[in-house]
Design a protein around this ligand. Structure first.
Ligand code: SAH
Length: 231
């Protein structure tokens, strides 16, 4: 590993990451800012993509192809589905899917298109490191499925559909698209989220209240993972 990408979707998700580094060099590209830092002898590029699968794919591909990152880590917030996940709690994705990808009219399963697969798995090595870090720091972290779609989910109906169709533990709007990009380009990746809301009625209120504190939870854990990774 020579160069690490760390991305979020929103500014609030990368601010607490950037706070850990000095001497940040900003590179502007494709209507976005990429923050380059050197940390303990390793090059790191940090960026927030903007919300949704398209922007997230652009940023992930840019970090890999233009900035030549060979490991990609995502840190941010998500809506919780698994009742064990309370606001502020951490989940690492073992696999991700696109809950809004739908050509079921042709007999395909939800989340599937020809040439792809319903689920994309994250790097087992990165997950193992994350779990070791959680153990050492006595952090309670759930490993599970994250479902991604271009919609803020704030109804029990949609949440139940995602739960029953994909057995997902949490949902958000970027992870699975980043997974497809990294998997296609053979770059090991990892998605970490802290819960900001429970994706049902009132999710928008909880999200506004807990975005910052949950984003900090995710970022602080992510920095510890990076420390272990480059150790
Ligand atoms: N308040 C923001 C919009 C936030 S969209 C604005 O007005 O600009 C929600 C973001 O947090 C997305 O990046 C998504 O990945 C994540 N997220 C958290 N809870 C979510 C939920 N219930 N449904 C979908 N995405 C969620």
């Amino acid at each position: 590993m020579t160069k690490i990408a760390i991305m979020g979707a929103m500014e609030e998700e990368i601010e607490p990451l950037l706070a850990h580094f000095d001497n940040v060099n900003i590179v502007e590209f494709a209507n976005n800012k990429y923050y380059e830092v050197s940390y303990k002898g390793v090059e790191i590029v940090i960026a927030y993509s903007k919300i949704g699968k398209v922007f997230a794919s652009l940023t992930a591909a840019t970090m890999i192809e233009k900035f030549e990152c060979d490991t990609l880590l995502f840190s941010g917030v998500a809506g919780g589905i698994n009742p064990k996940l309370k606001i502020g709690d951490l989940i690492i994705a073992d696999k991700l899917c696109q809950h809004d990808l739908d050509i079921t009219a042709f007999g395909h399963p939800n989340g599937f298109v020809p040439g792809g697969s319903v689920f994309v798995e994250t790097s087992e090595k990165l997950r193992t490191i994350a779990k070791d870090v959680a153990k050492e720091n006595e952090l309670n972290v759930i490993e599970g499925t994250i479902a991604t779609g271009d919609q803020f989910v704030h109804s029990s109906e949609r949440k139940d559909f995602i739960e029953s169709t994909f057995k997902a533990d949490a949902l958000e709007m970027e992870g699975a698209s980043v997974a497809v990009v990294c998997d296609s380009l053979n770059v090991p990746f990892f998605v970490l989220r802290a819960i900001s809301d429970s994706a049902d009625g009132g999710a928008d209120i909880d999200f506004d209240e807990f975005l910052k504190s949950s984003a900090i939870n995710s970022a602080n854990y992510m920095i510890k993972i990076v420390d272990k990774l480059i150790d």
